[in-house]
Design a protein around this ligand. Structure first.
Ligand code: C2E
Ligand code: CA
Ligand code: CA
Length: 624
């Protein structure tokens, strides 16, 4: 704090502040009056005392700002008054200026010793008087000001210290809150809320870092994509809370299958990504071997049922691996290729892992081309339906025809149904396509009934997607029957277990409606799927179609032979008939006849044929 800073303020106090008080002590009235006149010109209030005694009394009552004190006075001289005052007031508290006779230097020295602030000699020079007094007054004011300023400052500082402390505490709290929020944001930005695993963004980041390290140290880390095979079914059947439980358990199991240094991330939905570091090639294992082990471990860890809402569910994963650098040198390529390999696992029957290979990319591109063309296939009239006879094993007559869809794409040529139907299912295109099949088949069976066999019926394959409420399969069938004036026995539906697996409220509802309409339903591909028996009891199926892989193995595999026998016996006990598909030779036919299998379908009688050709078969076989 420098004085300079206060100078303007001192002036301010002096010029505009309170009126200053000066006590003039002198035994000469004339001199007192002369001094009063001068000082009052400077706006100073003057009190007079004619002797020391009076002066002390006045000061006692009211402390002036300055005392102008004559040294030579009768009774009590100025020095005595000075000494008395200095016992009570410091030089700063009460400035005292002595008026001494010129030349008496001892008096002056004495006066200064006893605490006079200054002195003026007689006879008075009023300019000097004014200068000395104003000087003293200014000093006093400045001191006062400084003191009060300092006290104020101290008070302020104290107050500010308290304030600062409070502000500090507030700030600290604010900082804490912000840090917390920031951490939360960071977590949200980087971690999946449900499973606590890294999310796509953090996983990509980690993969990038892994690749940088791999490049430097010549490592071969692996990216794995994992997708749950029947997640949608769980979600649809048991609800989202159950789905969430399943995902959390999946996260736990996956984390146990890899090492701490590896990454398990959730990309969204039921898709997970793993980064498998390959530093353990040091114990002689190739990167591929390490990944094989991880794959086995993961498949194994899923073999234990998941308990969701008290129900044990068998959930399987499909995995795809892509290894750096041979399957890709950057994050995007590796992730894309791992995804492609995962799709291969799915198409190869799920619950398995596949390593990426280059031909998969070709396949992926092919799939995309097919999808693109499939979107226009209906409007371009590229579909057709062919029919395969189903023969009554007792009468040897054709009683039914399975409608089988064919696609001859203008741009891609003939595409096998096993290839394009799963794509149509994935994209939802199966709904309009399936509708078209039903209409076409009904029109066809009407023609046959008119032309030849009035009791022939057609069986149509339907996918799970077509059973969703908004696909209106019931409406389609009702209208198709009505338009062709057909009875409900003209059409039967072949349902795979997939439809039942994905059963939802609407599936059950649809099945009930169809049953009420008198539409018969059959379980297709029996034996190929999962827990088939439970479905048999739950729904009113008219018949079972034994999958052709079992018929293929008839008489070749003892186990499959036994199984076919058992299925036929079981169906009979449940009041259902049996269709055997894929019957290619007489040995198979004889066996099935002996077991009393009601219906036979297969190349032994005929391959699927065009509708016109089918008429010829009817003529030939049914006439015989
Ligand atoms: P699926 O329902 O199992 O149909 C029977 C398949 O077995 C047909 O193949 C048929 O040509 C074949 N097949 C019949 N007899 C024999 C035989 O003796 N030996 C051998 N090796 N095979 C025989 P396709 O026509 O290629 O159909 C394949 C699958 O495509 C069908 O399998 C069915 O799942 C699906 N599919 C066909 N048309 C439709 C349709 O309109 N809608 C739906 N959702 N799926 C369809
Ligand atoms: Ca079928
Ligand atoms: Ca089949």
């Amino acid at each position: 704090m420098t004085a300079i800073k206060y100078i303007p303020e001192i002036h301010e106090v002096i010029s505009s502040g309170r009126v200053l008080d000066v006590l003039v002590v002198d035994d000469s009235k004339a001199l007192r009056s002369a001094i009063r006149e001068i000082l009052e010109l400077g706006n100073i209030h003057v009190t007079e005392a004619c002797n020391g005694e009076t002066a002390l009394q006045l000061i006692d009552r009211n402390l002036p700002d300055l005392v102008l004190l004559d040294v030579a006075m009768p009774e009590m001289d100025g020095i005595t008054v000075l000494k008395t005052l200095r016992k009570s007031y410091s030089k700063l508290q009460l400035p005292i200026v002595l008026v001494a006779s010129r030349g008496s230097s001892t008096e002056i020295v004495q006066a200064l010793d006893f605490g006079a602030n200054d002195y003026i000699s007689k006879p008075l020079d009023f300019d000097v008087l004014w200068a000395r007094l104003s000087n003293q007054l200014m000093q006093k004011q400045a001191t006062e000001y400084l003191r009060s300023a300092q006290a104020g400052l101290e008070k302020q500082i104290k107050q500010r210290t308290v304030e600062l402390k409070i502000t500090n505490e507030k700030l600290q709290k604010e900082i804490d809150v912000r840090l917390l929020a920031e951490n939360q944001l960071k977590r949200q930005a980087n971690y999946d809320e449900l499973t606590g695993l890294p999310n796509r963004s953090l996983a990509t980041d980690r993969l990038y870092q892994t690749l940088v390290k791999a490049k430097r140290h010549k490592l071969q880390p692996c990216v794995a994509f994992l997708d749950l095979d029947n997640f949608k079914y769980v979600n649809d059947t048991f609800g989202h809370a159950a789905g969430d439980e399943l995902l959390k358990e999946t996260a736990r199991r996956l984390s146990q299958c890899v090492r701490e240094s590896d990454t398990v991330a959730r990309l969204g939905g039921d898709e997970f990504l793993l980064i498998i570091e390959s530093d353990n090639t040091e114990n002689g294992q190739s990167s591929e071997m390490v990944v094989h082990h991880v794959g086995e471990r993961i498949i194994e860890s899923f073999s234990k049922a998941f308990t969701v809402e008290g129900t044990d569910l068998n959930i399987t994963p499909s995995l795809g691996f892509a290894i750096y650098p041979k399957d890709g040198k950057d994050c995007n390529t590796l992730m894309r290729h791992a995804d492609t390999a995962m799709y291969r696992s799915k198409h190869d029957g799920k619950n398995k892992y596949c390593f990426y290979s280059q031909d998969m990319t070709v396949n992926a591109k092919m799939r995309m081309d097919v999808e693109l063309e499939l979107r226009h296939a209906l409007e371009r009239n590229e579909f057709s339906v062919i029919y395969q006879p189903i023969v009554d094993s007792k009468t040897r007559r054709i009683v039914k025809a399975e409608a089988l869809l064919r696609w001859n794409s203008n741009n891609l040529g003939m595409i096998a149904p096993e290839y394009f139907i799963p794509i149509a299912e994935d994209t939802g295109l199966i709904v309009p396509i399936g509708k078209w099949v039903i209409k076409t088949a009904c029109r066809q069976v009407k023609k046959w009934r008119e032309q030849r066999s009035h009791d022939i019926s057609v069986t149509v394959n339907v996918s799970a997607r077509q059973f969703h409420s908004n696909s209106n399969i019931v409406e389609t069938i009702r209208n198709s029957l009505k338009d062709n004036a057909l009875s409900p026995d003209a059409i039967q539906l072949e349902l795979t277990e997939g439809v039942l697996m994905k059963q939802t409220e609407s599936t059950v509802e649809t099945m009930k409606l169809l049953e009420k309409m008198g539409i018969k339903m059959l379980i297709d591909d029996f034996g190929k799927g999962y827990a088939s028996l439970s479905y048999l009891q739950r729904y009113n199926f008219d018949s079972i179609k034994i999958d052709r892989t079992y018929i293929n193995n008839l008489l070749l595999s003892e186990q499959d032979t036994k199984l076919v026998k058992a299925v036929i016996a079981m169906a009979r006990s449940l009041g259902m008939s049996v269709v055997s598909e894929g019957v290619e030779n007489k040995g198979q036919l004889d066996f099935l006849m002996k077991e009393n299998c009601e219906f036979i379908q297969g190349y032994y009688f005929s391959k699927p044929v065009e509708a016109d050709e089918f008429i010829n078969l009817l003529k030939k076989i049914n006439a015989a």
